[in-house]
Design a protein around this ligand. Structure first.
Ligand SMILES: Nc1nc2c(ncn2[C@@H]2O[C@H](COP(=O)(O)OP(=O)(O)OP(=O)(O)O)[C@@H](O)[C@H]2O)c(=O)[nH]1
Ligand SMILES: [Mg+2]
Length: 400
């Protein structure tokens, strides 16, 4: 059985979900630089191709999504090698428009179904509409409604969960060159609901709280700038509509969000485990050691060496994280390297890391001979992409 990771997409109507999925599929449906490709069943492939073709070649954009269209997509991540094609894992995307949710707030079965979907999600993908965000940053009056109603809806759905959240800033082509990701982040942090999500997950947010522990089982929050079409492809008109210029699409960062899912979810699982042990232990209230690495924390409860730690930890992980010890080591090392490098060394560190990861990827490629080895290879592909994100956008990580 292939491991499957569940992603729930939350974004108000018009935020760019459909175009994002079409463009992501287009980019990853053939094996390029990323090292893997995505496959879907025939019916979904036809729909996704239609979406992208319309975006790329017609004057029009796809119609707003009817709920039944593509509210459930299952991508199989595959690797093509000289020996054949191997499947590595699956990503299931469930699309819930924020608006549908508020409009159906009296429909309890719908809400129940939604809550169930959220419960089963490994990662929440929140789409923040880049064009609305831009109006908000510019202080335009019209943006208030967006902050309170549309973005507010999505954020309130996220308030009560500890899951990893990947915020995609869609339509980044409109913001790029006007504001940096750091500026955008600061503006978002001015929104209470947004800031609260980050604060409750940060290590030192509740420093005055006596229940404070230096670890928690909460997921990470990322901010990923994405353009499904690239800079210059479309121009926003005064009425808000998006006029195509005739340029060819050049999607930006479209392959990054999917790569963050597996590493972030594994990190969350490991933290949960540490947190549970911490709860059980006598010395609950400890001094804050924010810069303890994940290995350090694991060492506290599970063993003295990487080998002994993993012997204890690996069997406790959920089925979709039954990886080899080598891969687990790589992912934990990856997470830790990030914590250990100071801001000043980040660039050199990232470059070194890119080289290391590339070498490991090449090593894993020749070893592919079944689904398990294909997964090990794809994990390295994912880490390389996450590294790219963190290197090119140091402000993309909102929590550690
Ligand atoms: N400039 C720019 N415009 C985009 C981009 N992606 C989407 N758009 C615009 O945003 C509109 C809405 O995108 P959709 O993908 O249909 O939005 P959605 O979230 O699926 O909306 P619903 O299906 O109604 O829930 C598109 O028709 C485009 O005009 C992008 O990357 N850049
Ligand atoms: Mg749609």
């Amino acid at each position: 059985m292939l491991p499957i990771y569940n992603v729930v997409i939350l974004g108000p109507s018009g935020s760019g979900k459909t175009v994002f999925l079409g463009s992501m599929y287009h980019k990853l449906s053939t094996q390029g630089e990323s090292g893997f490709f995505l496959a879907v069943d025939d019916a979904q492939r036809i729909i996704l191709n239609q979406i992208y073709t319309e975006v790329a070649t017609d004057e029009t954009w796809p119609e707003p999504t009817q709920i039944v269209d593509i509210s459930n997509l299952k991508f199989t991540c595959k690797i093509q090698t000289p020996k054949g094609i191997y499947s590595a894992c699956q990503f299931q995307y469930t699309d819930y428009s924020g608006e549908i949710l508020t409009d159906r707030k009296d429909d309890t079965t719908y809400i129940e179904k939604f809550n169930e979907t959220i419960k089963n999600a490994d990662v929440l993908l929140g789409l923040i509409d880049g064009s609305k965000l831009l109006s908000y940053i510019k202080g335009e009056n019209s943006a208030r409604k967006w902050v309170i109603k549309e973005l507010g809806n999505v954020l309130s759905l996220m308030q009560n969960t500890d899951k990893s959240i990947h915020f995609i800033i869609s339509k980044w082509d409109l913001i790029e060159g006007e504001y940096t990701l750091e500026e955008v982040r600061n503006h978002l942090l001015e929104i209470d609901q947004f800031r609260n999500i980050i604060m409750t997950r940060s290590n030192n947010s509740d420093i005055n709280n006596e229940n404070h522990r230096n670890d928690h089982g909460k997921g990470v929050v990322r901010l990923i700038p994405v353009s499904s079409v690239g800079k210059g492809f479309a121009e926003q008109q005064t009425d808000g509509s998006m006029k195509k210029t005739g340029k060819l699409p050049k999607p930006y960062n479209i392959e990054l969000p999917i790569a963050c899912i597996l590493p972030d979810k594994l990190k969350e699982e490991l933290r949960k485990m540490i947190n549970e042990e911490n709860k059980k232990s006598q010395e609950q209230i400890q001094e804050v050691k924010a810069n303890l690495t994940l290995w350090d924390k694991l060492k506290k409860y599970f063993g003295t060496t990487a080998k002994t730690i993993l012997e204890k930890v690996a069997p406790k992980l959920p089925p979709q994280f039954q990886f080899s010890k080598e891969i687990l080591t790589d992912i934990i090392d990856f997470i830790d390297q990030d914590l250990q490098t100071s801001v000043y060394n980040k660039e050199t560190a990232a470059k070194e890391r890119t080289e290391q990861l590339k070498a490991k990827k090449a090593e894993a490629l020749v070893k592919i001979e079944n689904e398990k080895t294909a997964l090990e290879y794809s994990t390295r592909c994912f880490l390389l992409l996450v590294n790219k994100l963190e290197y090119e956008h140091p402000y993309s990580k909102l929590t550690n």
